[in-house]
Design a protein around this ligand. Structure first.
Ligand code: ATP
Ligand code: MG
Length: 410
């Protein structure tokens, strides 16, 4: 397989998380609206009435989703049924157009989306391999070369000339996955269809995903498995009702998922069963309320301002934790509101975290903001921002200054 040269667009050079390589996927303010009619028009009259003004109900499957994925990251996409995972993958794959917002992709994407996407049931498995591969950008000659390997990977040689509509769901997925991983993608998007395969095939797919990971390719896959999130992902994005409620460390994502899945919205912890308090913005300045600055020296003051949106029904008080994160999502320092939290009312408000003197720790840093219930410590929502600030200085010899002595042993 070739190295899969990435087009070097201006955007990709900017580096998304600041922690790893260039950004290969960037979704900015992506929202997706579906119009749902509760029942189909059953008469001509009804159709005319609808045309004449009665519209269906708007349904927002994605709301203001901001996600940046750097080259080489393995990202899990999680969330309850109907939270928008498949919709997000389809928008990123270019199959659905967002209602608003922008999506940028740098590199060849291969995707294994919902069952049947990219297949034609009337055609044989063989024809579908060619069809699917051509949709993913391969020429006929390239597909000829890969054909045997694809069929062997899918373990479907005995079925390859049957019409795909007679395949079982597992056989469908085998063929789709086999094609997706053979087209030399830079970016692999996988919906949870993998769960349809039998255990042996799932293992084979996971081994393939692992191989892709070690080759530095980018993977975004939907999973409900907390184990997989913890063991395979560098990062997890959790969706709830179309919004990102967590983007960052897998351990925090799984904690949040456990809490969310453990309690149903009706019997759950009331106000906290929905993310009614959300960190929306983060800005850096050297004085509270001052102009935005992103470049600092050790010893400088820094104010990190978090903009928080609270909706009706929000809890009266919340605890807010602001974590400065460095390379590989390592928490560098943590700041927290005092015990008992801070009062919050519906609307937008700002919270300043003021640091008198920045440490002599050089590098580029980002911020993760966690909102917690101040009495139980339960995590309400967590958001990883991609806006960076830098600490630069003259300590060219290393990242930190320590006091030490150099002394030959007597
Ligand atoms: N074409 C469509 N028209 C109307 N509503 C849609 C359409 N596609 C998805 N939806 C709705 O959008 C919401 C998000 O759907 P989506 O399939 O993205 O969820 P999901 O997180 O993938 O769920 P699951 O875990 O069940 O696969 C759901 O409420 C779904 O009913
Ligand atoms: Mg889905």
């Amino acid at each position: 397989m070739s190295a899969g040269a990435l087009p070097t667009g201006g955007a990709s050079a900017r580096g998304g998380t600041g922690a790893t390589g260039p950004t290969v996927i960037r979704a900015q303010g992506v929202s997706k609206k579906f119009v749902s009619y509760h029942k189909r028009a059953t008469s001509l009259k009804e159709m005319i009435v609808r045309r004449g003004g009665l519209s269906g109900e708007d349904f927002w499957a994605l709301r203001d989703v901001n996600v940046e994925i750097s080259r080489g990251q393995t990202v899990g996409l999680a969330g309850a049924n109907g939270s928008g995972k498949s919709t997000l993958l389809k928008v990123l794959a270019g199959i659905l157009r967002p209602t608003s917002g922008r999506v940028e992709v740098n590199g060849r994407i291969a995707s294994l989306l919902e069952l049947g996407a990219g297949f034609n049931g009337e055609l044989s498995g063989r024809d579908n391999v060619y069809l699917n591969a051509s949709l993913l950008g391969l020429t006929k000659r390239e597909t000829d070369r890969l054909f045997d390997s694809i069929v062997d990977f899918a373990e479907l040689r005995h079925k390859i000339d049957d019409e795909v509509k007679h395949y079982s769901s597992g056989q469908y997925v085998r063929l789709g996955f086999a094609v997706a991983v053979h087209v030399d993608p830079d970016i692999l998007l996988v919906d949870e269809v993998l769960a349809v395969g039998d255990e042996a095939f799932q293992r084979k797919c996971l081994a393939k995903i692992d191989e892709f990971r070690s080759q530095g390719r980018t993977i975004l896959f939907v999973t409900h498995s907390l184990d997989l999130i913890e063991n395979m992902c560098d990062r997890v994005v959790v969706l709830e009702s179309g919004r990102v409620i967590h983007d960052g460390a897998p351990a925090i994502g799984t904690k949040l998922l456990r809490q969310r899945l453990g309690s149903s919205p009706t019997e759950g912890s009331g106000a906290f069963s929905q993310a009614t308090v959300r960190p929306e913005t983060v800005t850096y300045s050297s004085t509270p309320g001052g102009p935005t600055e992103i470049s600092y020296d050790p010893g400088d003051p820094l104010t990190i301002t978090v903009g928080i949106e609270a909706s009706a029904g929000c809890p009266p008080r919340v605890g807010v934790r602001c974590v400065a994160v460095g390379q590989h999502e390592i928490p560098i320092w943590v700041m927290e509101t005092p015990a008992g939290g801070i009062p919050i009312t519906p609307g937008f408000s700002f919270l300043d975290f003021t640091i008198d003197r920045l440490p002599a720790l050089l590098g580029a840093f980002a911020v993760r903001v966690e909102v917690v219930d101040p009495t139980t410590g339960e995590l309400i929502t967590s958001r990883r921002f991609h806006d960076l600030f830098g600490i630069s200085g003259s300590h060219a010899e290393g990242l930190v200054h320590v006091s030490y002595e150099a002394r030959p042993r007597a």
